[in-house]
Ligand binder design. Structure first.
Ligand code: NDP
Length: 293
C-alpha cells in the first residue's frame, strides 16, 4: 500500500505560508503583490483554470486583474495590453492563459512579458536559468512536483528518476530539476523504445505524457514513488491521470492521485512565483531609490 501524496493539503499549506509573507509585506512595505491574467476567448477549461487562479490569489492576498479579450482579438491588441502591463510598476506578474486562439502567435505574445514578470517561467531567459540551476522562477507544474517530493521526504539524490514526456513546460524542466537534485535522470517520449524497460528502473517515476492510464503496474518497480502529472478524461469522461492508479498503487511506496495530486500544486507555485516577483520588485525599487540618493 502506497502513501497517497495529498497535493490539496500541501498546496493549502503553501498558500497559508505565502499569506503570512504577503501580510508581512503589506505591513512593512505597504505593497501587495499583483498578478495580471489575460484570458483570450471562451475556452471553458481555460475559464476554470483562471477562476482557480483568482481564488488562490484571493486566499493568499495577492491583488489580481483579469483582462478578458475577445476570441478574434488581433496580435497587435494583445501585445499592446501586455506592453501596458509590462510598464506598470504595481503589476508584479503577467500571465497569458494558454492555449490562445490559433490565429495568434503565442511565442510573439509571450516575448512582450518582461522576464521579471514571467511568473509562468515560459520565457527562454527563465528556462535558461533552470539549465544552470540558478532558479528565479520555476515552471509551476514541475516546481510543484519538487515541492511535493520535499514535503514527503522523498530525496532524488542518487536515485533513478524517469520522466515520461519532454514538453517545454513540464517534461524537460522536470528532468532538469531532478538532475539538480542529484537524481540520475532518463527522459522518455514517443520515440523511446521499450518504455517499460525504462520506467521499471525508476525509483522516482514522473508521468507527464497526457495519455490516460498508460502507466500500468507491470511498468513500475516495487516501492517506486510515482508522480502523475497527467490530466486526461477516461472513456466515461472522468478526470484521470497517466497512471493506472488502481493497479499501480499497491506496488508503489508513494503515489499522487488525479485529481488532488500535482494539479493543486501548480496553482500554489504560481502564487509562490508572484510573491517572489513582488519581493524582487521591492528590492529593485529600493536599490534605485538608494542610488538616486
Ligand atoms: P505535451 O502534449 O506537450 O507533451 C507530452 C509529452 O509526452 C511529449 O513529449 C510526448 O512525446 C510524450 N508522450 C506522449 N505520449 C507518449 C507515449 N505513449 N509514450 C511516451 N511518451 C509519450 O503535454 P504537456 O507536457 O503539456 O502535459 C502532459 C500532461 O500533463 C497532460 O495530460 C496535461 O494535461 C498535464 N498537465 C497537468 C498539469 C497540472 O497542473 N497537473 C499542468 C500541465 C500539464 P513526443 O515529444 O515524442 O511527442
Amino acid at each position: 500500500m502506497a502513501v497517497i501524496i495529498d497535493g490539496k493539503e500541501i498546496a493549502a499549506k503553501v498558500r497559508e505560508e505565502l499569506k503570512e509573507k504577503v501580510d508581512a509585506m503589506v505591513n512593512s512595505e505597504k505593497r501587495r503583490p499583483c498578478l495580471a491574467v489575460i484570458l483570450v476567448g471562451e475556452d471553458p477549461a481555460s475559464k476554470i483554470y483562471v477562476r482557480n487562479k483568482q481564488r488562490a490569489c484571493a486566499e493568499v492576498g495577492i491583488a489580481q486583474e483579469l483582462y478578458t479579450l475577445a476570441e478574434n482579438v488581433s496580435q497587435e491588441s494583445l501585445e499592446y495590453i501586455i506592453d501596458s502591463l509590462a510598464q506598470r510598476s504595481d503589476v508584479d506578474g503577467i500571465l497569458l492563459q494558454m492555449p490562445i486562439p490559433q490565429h495568434l502567435d503565442p511565442k510573439r505574445a509571450l516575448a512582450h512579458i518582461p522576464a521579471e514578470k514571467d511568473v509562468d517561467a515560459f520565457l527562454p531567459e527563465n528556462i535558461g536559468h533552470i539549465m544552470r540551476g540558478d532558479y528565479g522562477f520555476l515552471p509551476c507544474t514541475p516546481a510543484g512536483v519538487i515541492e511535493l517530493l520535499h514535503r514527503y521526504g522523498i530525496d532524488p539524490d542518487g536515485k533513478e528518476c524517469v520522466v515520461v514526456g519532454r514538453s517545454d513546460i513540464v517534461g524537460k524542466p522536470m528532468a532538469m530539476m531532478l538532475l539538480h537534485e542529484n537524481g540520475t535522470v532518463t527522459i522518455c517520449h514517443r520515440h523511446t523504445r521499450n518504455l517499460g524497460e525504462h520506467t521499471r528502473r525508476a525509483d522516482i517515476l514522473v508521468a507527464a505524457a497526457g495519455c490516460a492510464k498508460m502507466i500500468t503496474a507491470d511498468m513500475v518497480k516495487e516501492g517506486a514513488a510515482v508522480i502523475d502529472v497527467g490530466m486526461n478524461r477516461d472513456g466515461e469522461g472522468r478526470l484521470c491521470g497517466d497512471v493506472d492508479f488502481a493497479s499501480v498503487e499497491p506496488k508503489a511506496s508513494y503515489i499522487t492521485p488525479v485529481p488532488g495530486g500535482v494539479g493543486p500544486m501548480t496553482v500554489a507555485m504560481l502564487m509562490k512565483n508572484t510573491v517572489a516577483a513582488a519581493e524582487k520588485h521591492i528590492l529593485k525599487e529600493k536599490k534605485c531609490y538608494e542610488q538616486r540618493g
